[in-house]
Ligand binder design. Structure first.
Ligand code: ZN
Length: 273
């Protein structure tokens, strides 16, 4: 009995860490399941209740409540040019931002179409729907609705056509690493003891073939240039070798994140002013 309670507690904590509202929904499913068990003694009743409850809460209750606390969801499917890199970012409620950041992203997405018609801006982790100061693990600064990660661009090495999102199964960890002769900041950080900054790369590596993809410098440079030029954006974190390679050294808003956070040559981290 104690073991079972402990397991539920760990699971609720994990759901809360990953999705913010999931732990609470699990608790409701547990209680409702207990009440219904005598009528429907089904195996897995809690799960049968949790999945529809979680969808109902996420799709119907969270968006209007989040609006009250000053956050809006990024478009899941409604904008064909501004999309989640993976639908799981939306299903886990990790795609909430302040309205000003949504506006800025929509404007930059529109501007991207001038030079690269049809280009999609792929977003990844943003923020949870509620509470300033509640971080979205593992990105500890994504806690105020003002942060969002955007994918850099990749093409198919054979056809040179853009790929959907990026090659990583979870959006992070496919690096446009330093070329010979470029300064390798990630390696310097690792030598200083920040061993974890490339961890996403190790997690993603078994799931894709690096030689099937080529980095799209043109679209990535355009995206970074437009972000840096947007008045609502305060700064964009990107690995310095990319800033130099893409000819963006003059843009002061493009910064190095330092050694404490994960490396930024798989995504750009955008902050609202
Ligand atoms: Zn970030």
């Amino acid at each position: 009995m104690i073991f079972k309670v402990l397991l539920h507690a760990i699971w609720i904590a994990l759901l809360t860490l990953l999705t913010q509202v999931g732990g609470l929904v699990w608790l409701i499913a547990l209680v409702v399941g207990k009440l219904l068990r005598y009528k429907w003694p089904l195996r897995g009743l809690t799960w049968l209740l949790f999945i529809p409850f979680y969808c109902l809460v996420s799709f119907l209750a969270v968006p209007p409540l989040a609006r009250l606390s000053g956050r809006v969801p990024l478009p899941a499917i409604s904008n064909p040019q501004l999309r989640p890199e993976n639908i799981w970012f939306c299903l886990l409620n990790r795609h909430y931002v302040r309205p000003g950041l949504l506006r800025a992203l929509e404007e930059v997405t529109g501007q991207m179409q001038n030079r690269f018609p049809g280009t999609v801006v792929w977003y990844m982790d943003a923020n949870f729907p509620f509470f300033d100061g509640y971080p979205l693990e593992p990105h500890f600064s994504h806690k105020d609705g003002k942060k969002v990660d955007l994918s850099i661009y990749w093409n198919d090495a054979g056809t040179l056509e853009p790929v959907e999102g990026n090659p990583s199964p979870f959006g992070y960890g496919v690096f446009a690493g330093p070329l010979p002769g470029e300064r390798d900041y990630a390696a310097e950080c690792e030598r200083k003891g920040f061993w974890y900054i490339g961890l996403d790369g190790d997690l993603a590596a078994p799931f894709y073939h690096a030689d099937r993809y080529v980095f799209d410098a043109g679209r990535t440079a355009e995206l970074l240039r437009l972000l840096a030029g947007h008045p609502a954006v305060s700064r964009v974190l990107i690995q310095p070798h990319l800033k130099t390679r893409l000819g963006l050294s003059g843009l002061n808003k493009l910064r190095f994140q330092g050694c404490k956070a994960a490396r930024h040559d798989d995504h750009a981290h955008v902050e609202l002013r």
